[in-house]
Write a protein that binds this ligand. Structure first.
Ligand code: PLP
Length: 462
């Protein structure tokens, strides 16, 4: 099943060190709106924007024009020597629409870089305010914060971490908010959330409340466990706990932020504000590599009134081309009222997924918010038992979807890094009702085809 769908579209020999060394890949040659076309002329509906990146789809004329204008004017200037109008305007726009307390944006070139900088910002903040004894991060299992060493260390993706463990900083991990599997039948969602907060309390107490720098979490879990939405009250409890101990709350909204869940920031739906927020994918929509950190005023003030600089930096931070692209993306989202479309099309996507797969004997859970949805697969809905990982069900669904001209984002190891399969859908904010209907129709057919291609015994309840 790993063979690419259409051999004519595949790059046969390559000197690119690709992510997967045994797979061929279709050669993408153009993109327009919600579609990508490969070298054979096959068109794919891009239903996940890669990894929830392409929030405006491909080739948006305003973004393309802004990038052309910027490259004609200035492609690069080092941030030790200059600022640029586009970076300033982008920061103004982000802060203008960021509620409560956020005062500055630190721009980098992607999500992992942003997480690294956020971790260092947290550490330096405590050094500057005279609490250098704070040295621990607490994060969650089955989370993802990036692949660089600091980000990988706070991340809880067991599979990605495994071989690198000996060279990762020590981080305490607590349970994710994974209602489908972990809420007990005798608990309400709120009680389950409070149980998780109690676990975090115990972890803080064990480390010492005055030794912890930050709790790091994706507001809505992303790729690793498939769109884990927080239960009501969970983040309020986390916020209170952090406040009680003077611990920073770092929310990673690289995947779930910048409108993906129907509000500009996913934390707006939780009634909490982070101290440091990490953003990336939807910030630039894939038009250029860009990530950023929104920092609360008190973090910024401590650094400004202290040493006067974050002891950090990259050659390409606040790159003018990236800032120009992201500025255009953010303006389009606001000018075209795309958050309203995310909410409306999100509701339609949920309804259609439930119609098509809600009673499917191998779909255990359909969960999400806005235009950010996942289906988790089980051999048996009563026991929630996962499929044998060797079957690579998630990859089979991806291949069947490809064959039907649909690109979606599959992942295995949903439960613990090894067991469990889910597929994520994250269509662009410009998706129409007709796009949503086609996505769900193709996705449903791909799921059925992948399951019917399994050995007979594999799909039987265990
Ligand atoms: N944080 C989250 C929540 C992510 O989903 C990702 C990427 O998928 C990252 C961080 C890392 O971002 P990047 O791949 O841009 O380094």
């Amino acid at each position: 099943m790993n063979a690419p769908t259409d051999p004519a579209a595949v790059q046969p020999a390559t000197h690119v060190f690709h992510r997967q060394l045994h797979h061929g890949l279709p050669v993408a040659v153009s993109g327009q709106g919600i579609s990508i076309t490969d070298a054979s002329g096959k068109v794919y509906l891009d239903a996940s924007g890669g990894a929830a990146v392409s929030c405006l789809g491909h080739g948006h004329p305003d973004v393309v024009a802004a990038m052309h204008a910027q490259i004609d004017q200035l492609a690069y200037a080092h941030t030790s020597f200059f600022t640029t109008t586009v970076a300033e305007e982008l920061a103004d726009l982000l802060i203008d629409t960021a509620p409560a307390g956020m005062s500055h944006v630190y721009f980098v070139s992607g999500g992992s870089e942003a997480v690294e900088a956020a971790l260092k910002m947290a550490r330096q903040y405590f050094v500057e305010i005279g609490q250098p004894q704070r040295r621990h991060f607490i994060a969650r299992r089955q989370s993802y914060h990036g692949n660089t060493l600091g980000a990988l260390a706070v991340g809880g993706n067991a599979l990605r971490r495994e071989q690198f463990k000996p060279i990762l900083i020590d981080v305490t991990h607590v349970a994710p908010c994974y209602e489908f599997r972990d809420r007990r039948s005798d608990e309400t969602a709120e009680q389950y959330g409070q149980r998780l907060v109690a676990e975090l309390t115990a972890a803080i107490d064990e480390l010492g409340g005055d030794k912890v720098m930050a709790f790091v979490a994706e507001t809505v879990g992303g790729a690793t466990a498939g769109v884990l939405t927080p239960v009501p009250g969970y983040f309020k409890g986390v916020r209170e706990l952090c406040d009680r101990h003077g611990i920073l709350l770092i929310l990673d909204e690289v995947m779930c932020g910048m409108g993906r869940t129907g509000t500009m920031h996913a934390w707006e739906q939780e009634g909490v504000t982070p101290d440091i927020q990490v953003i990336a994918k939807g910030l630039g929509g894939g038009y250029q590599p860009i990530g950023g950190i929104l920092a609360n005023g008190r973090v910024m003030d401590a650094l400004r009134d202290g040493s006067g600089a974050l002891m950090h930096g990259h050659t390409y931070q606040a790159h003018p081309m990236a800032a120009a692209a992201a500025l255009a993306v953010q303006r389009v989202i606001r000018e075209e009222n795309l958050l309203e479309n995310v909410q409306a099309m999100g509701a339609l996507l949920e309804a259609r997924l439930v119609d098509r797969l809600g009673n499917h004997s191998h779909v255990g859970d359909i969960r999400g918010r806005g235009l950010f949805w996942a289906a988790e697969f089980v051999t048996d809905r009563a026991t929630k038992a996962p499929f044998d990982p060797a079957l690579k069900l998630n990859d089979r669904i991806k291949q069947e979807a490809y064959a039907r001209g649909l690109a979606c984002y599959p992942m295995g190891g949903t439960i613990d890094g090894r067991h469990g399969d889910h597929v994520l859908l994250a269509p662009p904010y410009i998706a129409t009702a007709a796009d949503i209907e086609t996505i769900v129709a193709r996705f449903g057919d791909a799921v059925d085809a992948a399951l019917s291609g399994l050995p007979q015994s594999a799909a039987a309840p265990k």
